[in-house]
Write a protein that binds this ligand. Structure first.
Ligand code: MTE
Ligand code: MO
Length: 193
């Protein structure tokens, strides 16, 4: 029987335009996986006043954490629904940070960077995640800890995250300098510049 309207596309309403589902968990890294011992690990937020807020690994684990179940969307077109993470909300990390700047540059061990408006990582929209599916985050997926910003394309979720620097402007990070969109909303297909 002919099906009018052409091929049946995946009609899952949780799937942004141009995306398909994957059951696996692909690894996408622009370089080698850095090996970071947790005793050498730290996360910092630096503001325009020169103040640096710093958390050691033990200090991060001592903060209130959340279980997060979210869909993730890679710009190369795979999406994975219902992924489970544990981590610390950026709201918690920013609780004592005073800044009047509206942008952040995210920095990773290994040199990767990505830019974000501050409002895209506050109000329950982003985490520093250190567990995936109930286990310590695998190094190839960003362990010891990665940023998790699931409402934007997954390149914004910097693996091996080491800190955030407050910025005057929305300057491009690594992939943004190489043609990716500055913002990266999968529902608006903000893939490339
Ligand atoms: N530090 C770092 N973070 C990164 C990347 C990277 O190359 N280096 N790749 C990004 C891209 S393009 C994607 S799609 C996701 C992939 O995460 P995964 O390997 O856990 O699937 O990580 C993002 N974060
Ligand atoms: Mo990606």
């Amino acid at each position: 029987m002919a099906v009018f309207g052409g091929r049946r596309r995946e009609e899952n309403p949780d799937l942004p335009p141009g995306q398909h589902l994957t059951d696996g968990f692909p690894v996408l890294s622009a370089g080698p996986t850095p090996q970071i011992e947790t005793e050498d690990w730290a996360f910092v937020i630096r503001t325009e006043t020169g103040v640096t807020h710093r958390w050691s690994w033990d200090e991060l684990l001592a903060l209130p954490s959340e279980d997060i179940t979210v869909d993730i969307h890679c710009v190369t077109s795979w999406s994975k629904l219902g992924t489970g993470w544990r981590g610390v909300s950026l709201d918690t990390l920013f609780a004592d940070v005073e800044t009047s700047l509206e942008f952040v540059m995210v920095h990773s061990y290994g040199g990767y960077t990505t830019n974000l408006p501050l409002e895209e990582i506050l109000d329950g929209k982003a985490w520093v995640a250190y567990e995936y599916d109930g286990d310590a985050l695998d190094p190839e997926h960003g362990g010891p800890a990665r940023l998790l910003v699931p409402h934007l394309y997954f390149w914004k979720s910097a693996k091996w995250v080491r800190g955030l620097v407050m910025q005057n402007d929305d300057e491009p990070g690594f992939w943004e300098e190489n043609g990716y969109n500055l913002h990266g909303d999968p529902w608006r297909e903000e893939r490339y510049a």
